[in-house]
Ligand binder design. Structure first.
Ligand SMILES: [Zn+2]
Length: 419
């Protein structure tokens, strides 16, 4: 259809004011790695252009009543959401002959501070931390630009929520130690006092000694997920068979708690891990939308604030890794100030506020952090525009929507797909 690919580039997006997202300021600078830009010789109205150096390349052009894309839109979505733009590395700590978590807490905190502080404070890299709007802007412009015919050929990337809700709120927690288990009931009670419920990702070897606590939390309507095996850093770097064998070991608890989701310790991830997880779980939630803190990548993230698929597993991106910024030196009392702009943007853009917290010492067990979390719950709860959901509910909704989109793509009409 197109002439051969011209090139791939990190491009600045220039958006026609007629299709400009309402949640984007006109002075915001958006950059995206575009894997395939094609030559354009058509004269017409440029709805989207890519600026590379001094040159301007049309990306979406309206001419003669039709709209043409001069870049590979589906490949761009895939390229960014599956983080093909960034370089992953196996952290050297994963080669330790013992579990990283057995190091004294103070040492681990120092290591985390050193690893994250510089990257977090560098705001001009891609993706920008904590808010990266470029991919969502591209999706918005693509879907605004399409005529009904063109839209039928586009992968549906914009997302809608049930019951006409404008955005989604999901609360999740990672439980790494016995300290975390002991503090779970306190957090469950706190969330219930706001009418909220949450998901708890538990390290595998904490299940057997803590069945009573976990049963009680599960019976109160919370969701349980798996958070790795022993909270080591090695699992994502092992063979698919080895990962499968490790997860099979937890077969009984997976069934007892109807576990559907996985979160990798330290947000470490690899293509082999995703592929192995897809045999056991409906969804994974190990990928931040912007990642400048995990040990596996200098700068990465899926840049998505809505669910999407990585191969056959559904990904629910973590958009508010709540306490991670404590490692930047931000005071617990300032946690909500830090996140408020991002939360507001996700609301306006119709995304998913997926919060992750830890009921562990130095995190939620610190009274100041707990106070901030309570304040966050106050800010998030009671909004009639929000869909408050557990991750498993989001996964179920995604599958329903996905089936509708597939049917709509055949008929070429997506306009009422979610009604
Ligand atoms: Zn963890």
């Amino acid at each position: 259809m197109h002439e051969p690919k011209l090139f791939s580039a990190m491009a600045t997006l220039r958006i026609n004011p007629e299709v400009h997202p309402p949640w984007l300021r006109h002075d915001e600078h958006l950059r995206l790695p575009i894997p395939a830009i094609y030559p354009c010789h058509t004269k017409g109205r440029h709805l989207l252009s890519f600026v590379v150096g001094e040159a301007v390349y049309p990306g979406i052009v309206e001419a003669g009543g039709g709209v043409t894309f001069y870049f590979d839109y589906p490949a761009t979505l895939e390229f960014i959401r599956t983080e093909q733009y960034c370089r992953f590395k196996r952290p050297w700590l994963s080669y330790l002959p013992f579990d990283y978590y057995r190091l004294p807490t103070v040492l681990r905190r120092v290591a985390a501070n050193v690893a994250t502080r510089t990257r977090m404070n560098t705001r001009d890299g891609f993706p920008s931390f904590p808010v990266e709007k470029s991919l969502q802007a591209l999706i918005y412009v693509a879907e605004q630009s399409g005529t009904s015919t063109a839209r039928g050929r586009l992968p549906k990337a914009h997302f809608v929520w049930p019951e006409g809700k404008r955005y989604c709120v999901v609360l999740s927690h990672d439980v790494d130690t016995e300290h975390g288990i002991a503090f779970m009931p306190r957090i469950v009670d706190l969330e219930r006092s706001f009418g909220l419920s949450s998901s708890w990702n538990i390290v595998g070897d904490l299940f057997a000694p803590n069945r009573r606590t976990l049963d009680a939390v599960y019976e109160q309507g919370c969701e349980i997920g798996l958070h790795g095996h022993t909270h080591n850093l090695r699992l994502p770097y092992q063979s698919s068979q080895c990962i499968g064998k490790t997860i099979k070991h937890y077969d009984t608890v997976l069934r007892a708690y109807a576990i559907q989701g996985y979160r990798s310790p330290y947000y470490l991830r690899s293509p082999i891990l995703f592929s192995a997880l897809s045999s056991f779980f409906v969804y994974d939630s190990s990928v931040p939308d912007v990642d400048v803190f995990s040990l596996g990548v200098d700068r990465g993230g899926c840049c998505s604030i809505v669910p999407f698929r990585i191969g056959s597993i559904l990904e629910l991106p973590v958009t508010v890794p709540y306490e991670i910024i404590l490692h930047m030196g931000i005071a617990p009392e300032k946690l909500n100030d830090f996140w408020q702009d991002k939360i507001q943007w996700i609301k306006e853009a119709g995304g998913m506020i997926l919060v992750n917290t830890h009921p562990e010492p130095y995190y939620l067990k610190d009274p100041k952090v707990l106070g901030a979390y309570e304040e966050l719950l106050t800010l998030l709860s009671g909004d009639g525009c929000a869909w408050y959901a557990l991750p498993r509910d989001v996964a179920q909704w995604y599958k329903r929507i996905e089936a509708t989109y597939r049917t709509s793509e055949v008929s070429g009409d997506l306009s009422n797909a979610a009604d």
